[in-house]
Structures are given as structure tokens and as C-alpha cells.
Design a protein around this ligand. Structure first.
Ligand code: NAD
Length: 259
């Protein structure tokens, strides 16, 4: 069964010229970054802090930053895993046009995918930004401010509120990235969701849009998702071994020999 599913995915990928890969936290668990919803995941321990609460109170901002810096310590040490490398290779081989990611860990960029092919719809947690003037601040600077002053950071340029460059619950989605993700989805000849529970909207609207547009939808996830019924192919497996098996077939098919 698994082998047949891998054969089918390899065939779809090989024929694709502008596939979109859509990724969630599950693609980075093999790199040591926990996802949110699996048992032991972050949300089983902490309730998310809404954007309005972050803006409203200095104490909440300090708490949000303390939690975020714990996650950041893990992210800063992480390296791209087998799944990130497989996706990067598919971009390089010309099968995948864009990677739309919900992840904030920067690992698709670290795997060598050019920036113009990565669409980060939930922002990037490897740095911070002033919410008033947009000035970039480094997470290490935030860490020092909190350690020395015991308060949430204020912008060194204008005094505004500094927040990780990620999109929190209740915060508006980034307009340009959402438009880019919609255009890539509508232009796709294959849409592959990897390591996402597909529970977070509007992000999970992209696989729905692909399916409405009659683009074959593939879902590769360790457990069932709410959108499995829309997919042409569903593979319940760990993404690393599955994608390595797919790549063995794709590289063989592309060149006639294994690369
Ligand atoms: P999620 O936590 O809701 O779902 C992750 C899914 O991945 C789960 O269904 C799980 O079964 C599956 N999974 C875990 N390990 C896997 C593996 N090795 N192979 C295949 N599947 C695996 O994540 P989500 O859907 O991305 O949504 C959560 C939100 O949390 C996103 O908005 C994202 O921005 C954020 N987040 C990001 C990171 C990160 O940047 N690495 C980490 C945690 C959460």
C-alpha cells in the first residue's frame, strides 16, 4: 500500500512543472522543532496569546516574548531535514514552482530554496520587527533587553512595540504573501500539503482552493486531516522517509539513472 502510494506521488511529481508544496509544522518535527497539536506539542502546554492581548498589556508582551524565546532557542539550533532537502531538490529540478509555508522557522530558505519561491504566510520567527516603523530587531537583542531590563522590548528607533516577525492569532494576514500564495495555487498543476493538520484558516484555504480549481491535491501527513476527503492521494506517514522514497524514484525517472 505504502509503496503504491509512493509510486503514485512520484509519478504526479514527475509530470508536474509548477507544483505547489504547502508545509506545516510537521515537516520540521524531524529537525527537533515540536509541532503545535501533536501530544506533547506546544499548545498542549500553553494557550496561544492573541494579538489584541499582546498589544494591550506590557506584562502579556513580556510573557509572550519569554515563551517565544524558548521556542526560538530550539529553532536557532535546527537544520533542514530530509523533507526540506527533498522539497528543495524538487524546486531545483523544476517540478515545484513555489513553497507556501505556515512555518516560521526559516528552514526552507536554509535548505537552499531561492527566496522568491518561498511564501511565508505566517511570517518569520528568526527576527523581530517594530509594529510602528517596521525596523528589524534581532532576537538576541530582545533576549538581552529582557534579561537586563526585565521588560518587553521597545523599538530602538521610534519606541514602538517590538514583536517577533510572525503572525499571531487575531493579527491580519500579510497581504502580499496571501496574494502571492493565491496566485501560485491557481497556477499550480499539482498541490502537495506536507505536515499540516489543515486546521488553521485562512492558511488551509489554499488546499481547498486548489481542489476547487480541479488541481490534484496530495496530503502527506502522519495522521488524518479534516481535508483528506478532498485529496486525490492521501499518505499517512512520516514525511522524511516518504519523500526520500519519492525522490529515489523521481531522480531515477528524470535522468534514467540515480542522481
Ligand atoms: P499542526 O501542529 O497543527 O499540525 C502538524 C501536523 O503534522 C500534525 O497533524 C502531525 O500529525 C503532523 N506531523 C508531525 N510530524 C510529522 C512528520 N514527521 N511527518 C508527517 N507529518 C507530521 O501544524 P500546522 O498545521 O502547521 O499549524 C500550526 C501553526 O503553528 C502554523 O500556523 C505554524 O505557523 C505554527 N508552527 C510553526 C512551527 C515551525 O515553524 N516549525 C512549529 C509549530 C507551530
Amino acid at each position: 500500500m505504502f509503496e503504491e502510494q509512493i509510486d503514485e506521488l512520484a509519478g504526479l511529481v514527475q509530470r508536474a512543472r509548477r507544483a505547489v508544496v504547502f508545509t506545516g509544522a510537521g515537516i520540521s518535527t524531524e529537525c527537533g522543532i515540536p509541532d503545535f497539536r501533536s501530544p506533547g506539542g506546544f499548545w498542549t502546554r500553553y494557550k496561544p496569546i492573541e494579538y489584541s492581548a499582546f498589544l494591550a498589556s506590557e506584562d502579556t508582551r513580556l510573557e509572550a516574548w519569554r515563551r517565544f524565546l524558548m521556542i526560538h532557542e530550539t529553532i536557532a539550533k535546527a537544520e533542514p531535514g530530509p523533507s526540506h532537502r527533498a522539497v528543495a531538490r524538487l524546486v531545483q529540478l523544476g517540478h515545484v514552482s513555489h513553497v507556501i509555508t505556515q512555518n516560521i522557522d526559516g528552514l526552507h530558505a536554509a535548505s537552499g530554496i531561492p527566496a522568491e519561491r518561498i511564501i511565508e504566510i505566517h511570517g518569520n520567527g528568526t527576527y523581530a520587527k517594530c509594529l510602528s516603523c517596521g525596523l528589524r530587531h534581532e532576537n538576541d537583542w530582545v533576549k538581552v533587553v529582557i534579561a537586563e531590563a526585565g521588560r518587553a522590548p521597545a523599538c530602538s528607533g521610534c519606541g514602538g512595540i517590538v514583536k517577533s516577525a510572525t503572525i499571531s492569532f487575531g493579527q491580519s494576514m500579510p497581504e502580499q504573501e496571501m496574494a502571492d500564495a493565491k496566485a501560485a495555487t491557481l497556477n499550480a498543476d499539482l498541490f502537495i500539503s506536507i505536515g499540516s493538520s489543515l486546521q488553521v484558516f485562512p492558511a488551509a484555504g489554499f488546499p481547498v482552493l486548489a481542489s476547487q480549481n480541479r488541481t490534484p491535491l496530495v496530503i502527506l501527513n502522519r495522521e488524518e486531516t479534516g481535508l483528506d476527503g478532498l485529496a486525490k492521494l492521501v499518505i499517512h506517514a512520516d514525511s522524511g522517509p516518504a519523500l526520500e522514497a519519492v525522490m529515489a524514484r523521481v531522480t531515477m525517472g528524470d535522468s534514467g539513472t540515480l542522481q
